[in-house]
Design a protein around this ligand. Structure first.
Ligand SMILES: [Zn+2]
Length: 247
Protein backbone atom coordinates (compact mmCIF):
# COMPACT_ATOMS: atom_id res chain seq x y z
CA UNK A 1 0.00 0.00 0.00
CA UNK A 2 1.13 3.49 -0.69
CA UNK A 3 -0.08 6.56 1.11
CA UNK A 4 -1.06 9.31 -1.27
CA UNK A 5 -1.52 12.95 -0.42
CA UNK A 6 -3.22 15.50 -2.63
CA UNK A 7 -5.20 18.68 -2.68
CA UNK A 8 -8.69 17.60 -3.73
CA UNK A 9 -12.28 18.67 -4.25
CA UNK A 10 -15.00 16.44 -2.78
CA UNK A 11 -17.43 15.78 -5.61
CA UNK A 12 -20.00 13.42 -4.13
CA UNK A 13 -20.58 11.07 -1.27
CA UNK A 14 -22.87 8.07 -1.04
CA UNK A 15 -23.76 6.00 2.03
CA UNK A 16 -22.06 2.64 1.93
CA UNK A 17 -22.94 -0.14 4.33
CA UNK A 18 -23.87 1.01 7.80
CA UNK A 19 -21.24 3.48 8.79
CA UNK A 20 -19.11 4.12 5.74
CA UNK A 21 -19.24 6.66 2.97
CA UNK A 22 -18.23 6.17 -0.64
CA UNK A 23 -16.47 9.39 -1.63
CA UNK A 24 -15.59 10.67 -5.09
CA UNK A 25 -12.65 13.05 -4.98
CA UNK A 26 -11.18 15.16 -7.74
CA UNK A 27 -7.54 15.14 -6.72
CA UNK A 28 -4.97 17.47 -8.18
CA UNK A 29 -2.31 14.77 -8.33
CA UNK A 30 -4.19 11.93 -10.01
CA UNK A 31 -7.57 13.16 -11.08
CA UNK A 32 -10.82 11.50 -10.02
CA UNK A 33 -10.41 8.93 -7.27
CA UNK A 34 -13.15 6.92 -5.57
CA UNK A 35 -12.55 5.86 -2.03
CA UNK A 36 -14.17 4.63 1.13
CA UNK A 37 -14.23 6.72 4.27
CA UNK A 38 -14.64 4.14 7.01
CA UNK A 39 -16.96 5.00 9.89
CA UNK A 40 -17.43 8.46 8.44
CA UNK A 41 -21.14 8.33 9.18
CA UNK A 42 -20.58 7.24 12.77
CA UNK A 43 -17.59 9.24 13.78
CA UNK A 44 -18.15 12.87 12.84
CA UNK A 45 -14.93 13.69 14.63
CA UNK A 46 -12.76 11.90 12.15
CA UNK A 47 -13.78 13.73 9.01
CA UNK A 48 -15.86 16.58 10.42
CA UNK A 49 -17.29 18.70 7.61
CA UNK A 50 -14.48 17.70 5.27
CA UNK A 51 -16.68 15.39 3.22
CA UNK A 52 -19.38 17.90 2.35
CA UNK A 53 -19.56 18.13 -1.45
CA UNK A 54 -17.41 20.87 -3.02
CA UNK A 55 -15.17 21.20 0.01
CA UNK A 56 -11.55 21.75 -0.95
CA UNK A 57 -9.42 19.44 1.16
CA UNK A 58 -6.01 17.95 1.60
CA UNK A 59 -6.73 14.25 1.29
CA UNK A 60 -4.64 11.35 2.55
CA UNK A 61 -5.52 7.99 1.08
CA UNK A 62 -4.18 4.52 0.40
CA UNK A 63 -4.39 2.88 -2.97
CA UNK A 64 -3.83 -0.82 -3.48
CA UNK A 65 -4.74 -1.78 -7.01
CA UNK A 66 -5.38 0.80 -9.68
CA UNK A 67 -8.95 -0.28 -10.20
CA UNK A 68 -9.85 -0.73 -6.58
CA UNK A 69 -11.43 1.75 -4.25
CA UNK A 70 -8.95 3.84 -2.31
CA UNK A 71 -9.11 3.98 1.46
CA UNK A 72 -9.56 7.52 2.64
CA UNK A 73 -7.54 8.02 5.82
CA UNK A 74 -7.95 11.69 6.56
CA UNK A 75 -9.13 14.95 5.07
CA UNK A 76 -8.15 18.44 6.17
CA UNK A 77 -10.47 21.25 5.12
CA UNK A 78 -8.72 23.92 3.06
CA UNK A 79 -11.84 25.77 2.00
CA UNK A 80 -15.46 24.93 2.71
CA UNK A 81 -18.48 26.12 0.73
CA UNK A 82 -20.33 26.10 4.05
CA UNK A 83 -18.23 29.00 5.30
CA UNK A 84 -20.63 31.33 3.50
CA UNK A 85 -24.42 31.15 3.44
CA UNK A 86 -25.89 28.37 1.31
CA UNK A 87 -29.03 29.59 -0.43
CA UNK A 88 -30.99 27.27 -2.71
CA UNK A 89 -29.55 29.09 -5.71
CA UNK A 90 -26.00 28.62 -4.50
CA UNK A 91 -26.64 25.00 -3.50
CA UNK A 92 -27.83 24.18 -7.04
CA UNK A 93 -24.86 26.00 -8.58
CA UNK A 94 -22.40 24.11 -6.38
CA UNK A 95 -24.12 20.81 -7.12
CA UNK A 96 -23.87 21.59 -10.82
CA UNK A 97 -20.10 22.07 -10.64
CA UNK A 98 -19.82 18.78 -8.75
CA UNK A 99 -22.02 16.85 -11.16
CA UNK A 100 -20.28 18.15 -14.29
CA UNK A 101 -16.83 17.32 -12.91
CA UNK A 102 -17.94 13.89 -11.75
CA UNK A 103 -19.62 13.01 -15.05
CA UNK A 104 -16.97 14.39 -17.39
CA UNK A 105 -13.69 13.52 -15.77
CA UNK A 106 -12.22 10.07 -16.37
CA UNK A 107 -10.95 8.08 -13.37
CA UNK A 108 -7.33 8.49 -12.31
CA UNK A 109 -6.22 11.01 -14.90
CA UNK A 110 -4.79 14.27 -13.59
CA UNK A 111 -6.03 17.47 -15.21
CA UNK A 112 -4.49 20.52 -13.66
CA UNK A 113 -6.22 22.99 -15.97
CA UNK A 114 -9.64 21.68 -14.93
CA UNK A 115 -8.56 21.63 -11.28
CA UNK A 116 -7.53 25.29 -11.43
CA UNK A 117 -10.77 26.16 -13.24
CA UNK A 118 -12.83 24.42 -10.54
CA UNK A 119 -10.99 26.23 -7.73
CA UNK A 120 -11.46 29.61 -9.42
CA UNK A 121 -15.16 28.97 -10.04
CA UNK A 122 -15.79 27.74 -6.48
CA UNK A 123 -14.09 30.90 -5.23
CA UNK A 124 -16.67 32.94 -7.13
CA UNK A 125 -19.67 30.93 -6.02
CA UNK A 126 -19.93 32.58 -2.64
CA UNK A 127 -22.63 35.19 -3.01
CA UNK A 128 -25.91 35.48 -4.84
CA UNK A 129 -24.40 35.88 -8.32
CA UNK A 130 -24.27 32.41 -9.83
CA UNK A 131 -24.78 32.93 -13.57
CA UNK A 132 -21.38 34.43 -14.30
CA UNK A 133 -19.34 31.68 -12.59
CA UNK A 134 -21.65 28.99 -14.01
CA UNK A 135 -21.31 30.33 -17.56
CA UNK A 136 -17.54 30.63 -17.21
CA UNK A 137 -17.32 27.10 -15.82
CA UNK A 138 -19.47 25.49 -18.53
CA UNK A 139 -17.64 27.31 -21.31
CA UNK A 140 -14.14 26.41 -20.15
CA UNK A 141 -15.12 22.90 -19.16
CA UNK A 142 -16.45 22.24 -22.67
CA UNK A 143 -13.26 23.57 -24.20
CA UNK A 144 -10.88 21.80 -21.80
CA UNK A 145 -12.60 18.48 -22.49
CA UNK A 146 -11.92 19.12 -26.18
CA UNK A 147 -15.59 19.31 -27.21
CA UNK A 148 -15.73 22.90 -28.38
CA UNK A 149 -14.60 23.86 -31.86
CA UNK A 150 -13.66 27.45 -32.75
CA UNK A 151 -16.85 29.47 -32.34
CA UNK A 152 -15.78 32.07 -34.88
CA UNK A 153 -16.24 29.84 -37.92
CA UNK A 154 -18.92 27.61 -39.43
CA UNK A 155 -18.22 23.93 -38.66
CA UNK A 156 -19.57 22.92 -42.09
CA UNK A 157 -18.02 25.34 -44.58
CA UNK A 158 -15.36 27.00 -42.42
CA UNK A 159 -16.54 30.49 -43.28
CA UNK A 160 -15.95 33.17 -40.65
CA UNK A 161 -19.06 33.90 -38.60
CA UNK A 162 -17.87 37.31 -37.51
CA UNK A 163 -20.38 39.92 -38.53
CA UNK A 164 -22.93 37.25 -39.54
CA UNK A 165 -25.54 35.12 -37.80
CA UNK A 166 -24.64 31.84 -36.11
CA UNK A 167 -26.74 28.78 -35.33
CA UNK A 168 -26.41 25.69 -33.16
CA UNK A 169 -28.13 22.32 -33.22
CA UNK A 170 -28.62 19.64 -30.59
CA UNK A 171 -26.68 17.10 -32.69
CA UNK A 172 -23.64 19.25 -33.50
CA UNK A 173 -20.69 20.72 -31.61
CA UNK A 174 -20.00 24.28 -32.66
CA UNK A 175 -21.79 26.81 -34.83
CA UNK A 176 -23.14 26.92 -38.36
CA UNK A 177 -23.67 29.77 -40.80
CA UNK A 178 -27.09 30.72 -42.10
CA UNK A 179 -26.61 28.57 -45.25
CA UNK A 180 -25.53 25.42 -43.38
CA UNK A 181 -27.82 25.52 -40.38
CA UNK A 182 -29.94 22.43 -39.92
CA UNK A 183 -33.66 22.22 -39.34
CA UNK A 184 -34.63 23.07 -35.77
CA UNK A 185 -31.45 25.03 -35.11
CA UNK A 186 -31.35 27.88 -32.62
CA UNK A 187 -29.53 31.14 -33.07
CA UNK A 188 -26.67 32.08 -30.77
CA UNK A 189 -26.83 35.82 -30.19
CA UNK A 190 -23.86 37.95 -31.16
CA UNK A 191 -23.74 39.19 -27.54
CA UNK A 192 -23.21 35.65 -26.31
CA UNK A 193 -20.57 34.95 -28.96
CA UNK A 194 -18.74 38.07 -27.84
CA UNK A 195 -19.10 36.98 -24.23
CA UNK A 196 -17.54 33.60 -25.03
CA UNK A 197 -14.64 35.31 -26.80
CA UNK A 198 -14.06 37.54 -23.77
CA UNK A 199 -14.26 34.64 -21.34
CA UNK A 200 -11.63 32.73 -23.31
CA UNK A 201 -9.27 35.68 -23.09
CA UNK A 202 -9.62 36.75 -19.50
CA UNK A 203 -9.54 35.23 -16.01
CA UNK A 204 -12.81 34.87 -14.12
CA UNK A 205 -12.04 37.85 -11.85
CA UNK A 206 -12.48 40.14 -14.85
CA UNK A 207 -16.22 39.46 -14.86
CA UNK A 208 -17.02 40.17 -11.22
CA UNK A 209 -18.82 43.29 -10.08
CA UNK A 210 -21.25 43.21 -12.99
CA UNK A 211 -24.93 42.45 -12.47
CA UNK A 212 -25.60 39.25 -14.31
CA UNK A 213 -29.26 38.33 -14.90
CA UNK A 214 -30.13 34.77 -15.89
CA UNK A 215 -30.92 35.81 -19.48
CA UNK A 216 -27.33 36.93 -20.05
CA UNK A 217 -25.58 34.10 -21.87
CA UNK A 218 -28.61 31.79 -21.51
CA UNK A 219 -28.36 30.70 -25.17
CA UNK A 220 -24.64 30.05 -24.76
CA UNK A 221 -25.27 27.87 -21.69
CA UNK A 222 -27.95 25.98 -23.61
CA UNK A 223 -25.46 25.25 -26.41
CA UNK A 224 -22.80 24.16 -23.91
CA UNK A 225 -25.18 21.89 -21.98
CA UNK A 226 -26.31 20.27 -25.24
CA UNK A 227 -22.69 19.54 -26.16
CA UNK A 228 -21.71 18.20 -22.73
CA UNK A 229 -24.83 16.05 -22.36
CA UNK A 230 -24.41 14.59 -25.82
CA UNK A 231 -20.82 13.59 -25.09
CA UNK A 232 -21.66 11.88 -21.79
CA UNK A 233 -24.86 10.47 -23.30
CA UNK A 234 -27.01 11.42 -20.37
CA UNK A 235 -28.94 14.31 -18.93
CA UNK A 236 -27.41 16.28 -16.10
CA UNK A 237 -29.85 16.53 -13.20
CA UNK A 238 -28.52 19.90 -12.12
CA UNK A 239 -28.82 21.37 -15.63
CA UNK A 240 -32.59 20.91 -15.39
CA UNK A 241 -32.60 22.38 -11.88
CA UNK A 242 -30.71 25.46 -13.08
CA UNK A 243 -33.21 25.87 -15.92
CA UNK A 244 -36.08 26.06 -13.44
CA UNK A 245 -34.54 28.79 -11.30
CA UNK A 246 -36.18 32.18 -11.70
CA UNK A 247 -33.88 35.10 -12.41
ZN1 LIG B 1 -21.31 27.35 -43.38
Amino acid sequence: MALHESEAIVLRTYPLREADLLVTLFTRVEGKVRGVARSAKKSKKRFGGALEPLTVVRAFYDVRERNELARLDACEVLDSPLSSEVSYLRAVALAHVGEVLDELLPDREANDAVFRLALAVLGHLRGREIWMPITYFQLWMTRLMGYLPDLSECIVCGRSLNGGRAFYHVLADGLMCVDDKRLASSELSSDSRMLATQMFRAPIDTFTGVTWPKELGADLRKLLMQILQRHIEKKLTTAAMLEKIDG
